[in-house]
Design a protein around this ligand. Structure first.
Ligand SMILES: C[S@@+](CC[C@H](N)C(=O)[O-])C[C@H]1O[C@@H](n2cnc3c(N)ncnc32)[C@H](O)[C@@H]1O
Length: 276
């Protein structure tokens, strides 16, 4: 049984290390995961080591706390919108940079790579896709680019024929080099004060991660993403998510798509907000 003291310690560490807010409803989940992954007896040892700053213990605790559920082409229109936006950016500036900010096991950034290759009608478009996540175990899976048949079934037959390569054993298949080449993986904790990233992006996918973060972190992440987007750049959230206090930084385009508002647009949005 997960004790009250263990849950409290996990709650403090989740917030401090990853900006993740654990509620009472997460107790059962944490209990199940710790039983499965480390055994109940080891939880205290893991919490001790994580509190003492042990890097490996912190990494393992984060694996325990994060939910990596994802899939290829979740909300397919987001990928077409993003690829069209990249095409427009390449016409204007010669290249485009896209970012999947909670890439989990890689299905989202690879879907983006496939959509970009389709829209540009070439395997080597002037597009880079940065894919980041806090969870190193998820990133290791993503780098392998090997997926089970059930995950690959979400791809259309033409996409399967073009982007899925040879079997790698155990019913999995690896994506072809063209889809892999466009994507670079890196660990980024969105709750960190400094992100090891530079530059400006044309498109940012930040889907299904804000919901796990404490409200102050949610706002800070959106504010920083706004500052790293090109004017008019595209932000994609899950359609069920909301911008909350950061709404005035973006224009709502519907279905989870937002564009970065200009400074003038922001001032007028905040004037309208305060006049209400
Ligand atoms: C449910 S998955 C979302 C995957 C994908 N974006 C999608 O919508 O299909 C949430 C991901 O957010 C990551 N995550 C949680 N807290 C994070 C943080 N502070 N910084 C970066 N990634 C985080 C988790 O590791 C997990 O892989």
């Amino acid at each position: 049984m997960l004790t009250e003291a263990q849950f409290e310690r996990a709650r403090r560490l989740a917030l401090g290390l990853a900006g993740i807010e654990l509620f009472d409803r997460h107790r059962e989940l944490l209990q199940r995961r710790s039983d499965r992954l480390i055994g109940q007896d080891s939880l205290d040892a893991l919490l001790d080591a994580a509190e003492d700053g042990d890097t490996d213990a912190r990494r393992r605790l984060i694996e325990l706390l994060t939910t990596n559920f994802t899939g290829f082409f979740r909300h397919p229109w987001h990928f077409h919108l993003a690829a069209e936006h990249a095409l427009w950016a390449v016409h204007r500036r010669g290249s485009a940079r896209l970012w999947s900010a909670a890439a989990a096991t890689g299905e989202e950034p690879y879907s983006l790579a496939m959509a970009v290759i389709d829209v540009f009608r070439r395997d080597d478009p002037a597009v880079t896709i940065l894919a980041t996540d806090i969870d190193e175990a998820a990133l290791a899976v993503a780098r392998e680019a090997e997926y089970a048949g059930a995950a690959l079934a979400a791809l259309e037959p033409a996409q399967q024929a073009r982007f899925v390569g040879e079997p790698t054993g155990g019913g999995s298949r690896r994506l072809v080099p063209a889809a892999r080449r466009l994507v670079e993986f890196r660990r980024v904790n969105l709750a960190d004060l400094v992100w090891p990233l530079d530059g400006i992006f044309d498109v940012v996918f930040c889907r299904n991660v804000l919901m796990y973060l404490e409200a102050g972190h949610r706002y800070a992440v959106l504010e920083r993403i706004a500052s790293m987007l090109e004017p008019g750049g595209l932000l994609l959230l899950d359609p069920s998510e909301h911008l909350g206090g950061a709404a005035e930084l973006f224009v709502d385009r519907g279905n989870g798509a937002y564009t970065r508002r200009s400074a003038a647009g922001r001032a007028s949005a905040s004037r309208q907000g305060s006049a209400r």
